[in-house]
Ligand binder design. Structure first.
Ligand SMILES: NC(=O)c1ccc[n+]([C@@H]2O[C@H](COP(=O)([O-])OP(=O)(O)OC[C@H]3O[C@@H](n4cnc5c(N)ncnc54)[C@H](OP(=O)(O)O)[C@@H]3O)[C@@H](O)[C@H]2O)c1
Length: 245
């Protein structure tokens, strides 16, 4: 049975890795509108996600449209796109933003696959070891402090922005056979919209929302993601997440 407080959630970039996970996890409770630069691609993703839930005997509400239409139709707009694409996507949707809550899961980070231990000659490690030659990710802190604070500058002033879910691995989110067990640090300057996002977090079993403070705190949460990826790669761990104990 559908939750009576269901929401219309637009997932921009919902055709991608993390977008798919949110769509599948929320799809049986909320109306999910998959956004894409290409409406056909969005529509075929919506069909795929509906089929994934049906295979599990669940009903899901999915449709796929272009990013702008998706944002226009929604109560909550989740930006599931890479940091470098954020400004063009926001520019596209700005004319249809009225009172939607915008959620950023965006982590600005870069991969340096040529990472070499600078002084390896003096270390008792074999630099040919795959753990040391693993890709290295670093947080590329935007001038505004964090992706969320930069995004807030692009958005119209009345639009409330909430930042969260940065540390959830897409691979786990989209695998519905996995019981997740993560804490979700949520930042934002508006309590009411943060509460909405906390409730959406609780709609995914075993995700615990935690208030991490104002938007300004987002850099601390965003920057954990490359750390988690580096730890996972170097220590043969399956995608690593965060739990505060
Ligand atoms: N992957 C993770 O595990 C994870 C975890 C936490 C947070 N995040 C964050 O979530 C965001 C999305 O990550 P992802 O791994 O899901 O990304 P992704 O799969 O590489 O891309 C997401 C979507 O972005 C759209 N896109 C591609 N190029 C674009 C462009 N030039 N302009 C506008 N849109 C474009 C594509 O949708 P269309 O082609 O259909 O438009 C694509 O499906 C990132 O900011 C990332 O930091 C990711």
């Amino acid at each position: 049975m559908r939750d009576e407080r269901f929401m219309k959630i637009a997932i921009l970039g919902g055709t991608g890795h993390i977008g798919k996970g949110f769509a599948l996890r929320w799809g049986s409770l909320h109306d999910i509108i998959i956004g894409s630069r290409n409406a056909e691609r969005a529509s075929s993703a919506a069909k795929e996600y509906r089929g994934r839930l049906e295979d599990l005997g669940k009903k899901g509400s999915f449709e796929g449209v272009d990013n702008k239409t998706a944002a226009q139709m929604a109560d909550v707009v989740l930006l599931a796109i890479k940091y470098r694409h954020v400004s063009s996507v926001i520019e596209n949707i700005t004319p249809v933003l009225k009172d939607q809550i915008v959620v950023s899961v965006v982590v600005p980070m870069e991969k340096d696959s040529c990472y070499i231990i600078p002084d390896a000659r003096h270390m008792e490690v074999d630099v040919r070891d795959s753990a040391y030659n693993a890709e290295y990710f670093c947080y590329t802190q935007p001038a505004g402090g964090s992706a969320a604070e930069e995004i807030a500058k692009f958005l119209p002033q009345n639009i409330r922005l909430v930042s969260g879910f940065h540390n959830v691995p897409a691979k786990h989110l989209e695998d519905l056979s996995l019981a997740l067990d993560y804490d979700i640090a949520i930042c934002g300057n508006d309590m009411a919209s943060k509460e909405v996002v906390c409730k959406l977090t609780e709609d995914i079993p075993n995700l615990r929302p935690l208030d991490a403070g104002p938007l300004q705190a987002s850099s601390m949460i965003e920057s954990l993601t490359p750390l988690l990826i580096n730890i996972a790669a170097r220590n043969n761990m399956d995608d690593v997440g965060v739990k505060f104990i």
